[in-house]
Design a protein around this ligand. Structure first.
Ligand code: HEC
Ligand code: HEC
Length: 261
């Protein structure tokens, strides 16, 4: 018994040490959490979030002699800066998304106004496609809502330092409604031949999934539609401000245990 208590205390002590400074930064008001999350969804895919068409020509700031992408995809913030916010210093340092672009993590220390100005420069040109208000929202995400994902995703092994058992409870409460109890209700694939479910996506790209946990999935999937009982259907919710950062990490640890097939 004593033995058990000691070991569970040890398990508790590690996440507390790791997360206490971050948890402070996560005090957000619940009723505003979806609106706050808008900046994160714009970072993910502003055109999908806003229901508009991104320019079809490759972004003039895209490093097209190093990067392989062309066209609308190159207008997404994440395409140049990555899901871990570290650009070429992180997950986009190799592979099909490599561009050599720097990350945005250091910009956590700058003022929102400075990021707003930067988003209008020649490398960004976002004042040609976003309103001042939308630019401010995405800049607010940059300054206030980025996370250092290295604190809970091992960059080499992709292992998640969270408690999957606790994450299961959150999953059943917040996600199973739409994704099913084993994450297979929705096929998340964009390429036609391969079915991708939540478990597989989380194992493949935990950084992207953490971003989506926090900010939701961009776009309006069900606007003005009702289910068979006449209840309004909703978009995927943002968990930012709804559950704690520790709960988000535990949830991520559970998602990677879900079946990929
Ligand atoms: C086509 C590629 C590309 C896209 C898309 C892009 N950026 Fe950038 N970004 C860059 C480049 C190149 C730099 C470095 C030069 C500069 O600061 O303009 C940069 C720098 C930054 C910086 C400064 C980082 C620092 O540490 O000083 C921030 C913040 C930033 N981008 C945010 C964003 C946001 C938010 C979006 C989406 C609305 C976005 N970027 C979309 C290429 C891109
Ligand atoms: C109200 C319904 C709803 C709820 C609740 C919901 N989702 Fe989603 N989720 C969606 C929709 C719709 C998509 C878009 C893809 C699709 O059409 O299946 C999506 C997409 C995703 C994606 C993107 C996958 C990719 O490859 O881009 C992830 C990750 C995800 N959801 C995780 C979660 C998690 C974790 C939870 C619980 C915190 C959750 N979802 C709750 C509806 C929902």
């Amino acid at each position: 018994m004593f033995q058990m208590m000691r070991s569970s205390l040890k398990l508790l002590a590690v996440p507390l040490l790791l997360f206490s400074p971050l948890l402070l930064a996560e005090e957000l008001s619940l009723e505003k959490s979806y609106e706050i999350g808008e900046g994160g969804r714009l970072y993910d895919n502003w055109a999908a979030e806003l229901g508009v068409q991104a320019p079809r020509e490759t972004h003039p700031g895209y490093n097209d002699y190093k990067g392989e992408k062309r066209g609308t995809a190159t207008w997404r913030c994440k395409e140049c800066h990555g899901w871990d916010y570290r650009g070429a210093a992180g997950q986009y340092g190799k592979g099909e998304h490599y561009t050599g672009t720097q990350g945005i993590f250091a910009a956590r220390d700058s003022a929102v106004e400075n990021v707003v100005e930067r988003l209008k420069n020649d490398n960004h040109l976002f004042d040609s496609v976003l309103t001042a208000e939308q630019i401010e929202k995405v800049a607010t995400f940059v300054v206030q809502e980025q996370l250092d994902m290295r604190l809970f995703i091992d960059v080499n092994t992709q292992e998640i330092s969270g408690d999957a058992r606790k994450g299961r409870g959150t999953y059943l409460q917040q996600c199973a409604l739409c994704h099913g109890s084993s994450g297979k209700t929705r096929n998340l694939s964009y390429d036609n031949n391969r079915k991708r479910y939540l478990g597989g996506v989380a194992k493949e790209n935990p950084w992207k999934v953490m971003h989506k946990i926090r900010f939701g999935h961009p776009g309006k999937f069900y606007s003005n539609k009702y289910d068979a009982e006449g209840r309004p259907r909703a978009n995927m919710p943002a968990m930012l401000g709804v559950i704690t950062l520790q709960e988000q990490v535990d949830l991520l640890a559970y998602l990677v245990t879900l079946p990929a097939k």
